[in-house]
Design a protein around this ligand. Structure first.
Ligand SMILES: Nc1ncnc2c1ncn2[C@@H]1O[C@H](COP(=O)(O)OP(=O)(O)OP(=O)(O)O)[C@@H](O)[C@H]1O
Ligand SMILES: Cc1ncsc1CCO
Ligand SMILES: [Mg+2]
Length: 263
């Protein structure tokens, strides 16, 4: 159970403390992820090169490693940042974009996982692919649904000692012992490219202001769900849903965010 008061607390802390979030993310997502963090009250910094990513991680409140548009220099930058985050006890979030698609992605995720992410945020197919290769799942399904992957996600979270935040029509957040579902949003949400990457960035921002990674992750997805739903009331399609989401997030009240947890 996610307490509405927890969501309200995390929402307020974001705006009061404006955490610095180092977002190492793909080219597609940089603009929307940065704007979404700003609208939520956080401070994004897209710092990815290995010459500086480890040094920058020392001052970040949380770090994201997203493998969406992967190449060797990006892998080096991510590994430097997450190694520093691990050493400092700074939460970092893995977004394993399309991890089941290629060997390069699978190998990179294996290397990143050695540094103990606080949260893995992915869609059901991505979570199933990681669970399978970690010996905690049953096989790859490109169009997996959250409900069907629930037990794999819980087993993966237990095995790795991490939080798994799995998004879809309903979101599931689990640490293997506690599991929380979040509903709402808008059925057109998947048409906004990189909304999942932006969700990962918001999860990181919430982990920077709230120590319990399960509560922080679930609060992030509840805040996003509330804002998408509000934006969807007047949106005519994915274009206006996208810009209305930024407006809705920037004006969302703590009570509106908390209401999603009360369902
Ligand atoms: N069918 C749906 N109905 C309502 N909301 C959805 C639906 N599918 C996804 N969402 C929401 O969209 C957001 C992004 O989740 P999604 O699972 O699409 O991420 P993703 O596949 O990693 O996306 P991307 O790779 O494009 O960034 C989450 O907030 C999720 O709750
Ligand atoms: C479309 C796309 N391609 C690589 S990353 C990305 C953004 C959604 O994950
Ligand atoms: Mg994704």
């Amino acid at each position: 159970m996610l307490e509405p008061s927890t969501v309200a607390h995390v929402h307020t802390r974001l705006r009061e403390t404006s955490p610095l979030v180092q977002v190492i993310t793909n080219y597609v997502s940089m603009d929307i992820a940065a704007n979404l963090l700003n609208a939520a009250g956080a401070s994004p910094a897209m710092v990815h090169d290995a010459h500086e990513s480890g040094e920058f991680a020392r001052i970040a409140g949380a770090v994201v490693a997203n493998i969406g548009t992967l190449s060797d220099p990006w892998v080096d930058g991510m590994l430097a940042a997450v190694a520093q985050a691990e050493a400092d006890g700074t939460p970092w979030i893995l977004d394993p974009v399309a991890v089941g698609a290629t060997t390069f992605r699978r190998d990179t995720v294996d290397r990143l996982l050695e540094h103990n992410p606080a949260v893995i945020r992915g869609n059901a197919s991505e979570i199933l692919a990681i669970a399978t290769s970690a010996g905690a799942g049953r096989g790859v399904d490109a169009d997996a649904a959250v409900e069907d992957v629930r037990s794999d996600a819980e087993a993966l979270a237990s095995k790795l000692g991490t939080v798994v935040a799995m998004t879809g029509a309903t979101d599931l957040v689990t640490d293997g012992t506690r599991s929380v579902t979040i509903t709402g949003g808008d059925p057109r949400a998947p048409m906004i490219t990189a909304l999942g990457c932006s969700a990962s960035a918001l999860v990181a921002a919430c982990c920077a202001v709230h120590d319990d990674a399960l509560e922080a992750s679930a609060s992030a997805l509840a805040i996003l769900s509330a804002a998408v739903e509000k934006a969807g009331e007047k949106a005519e399609g994915p274009g206006s849903l996208r810009w209305r989401l930024l407006d809705a997030l920037s004006t969302l009240s703590a009570d509106e965010a908390a209401a999603v947890a009360a369902r």
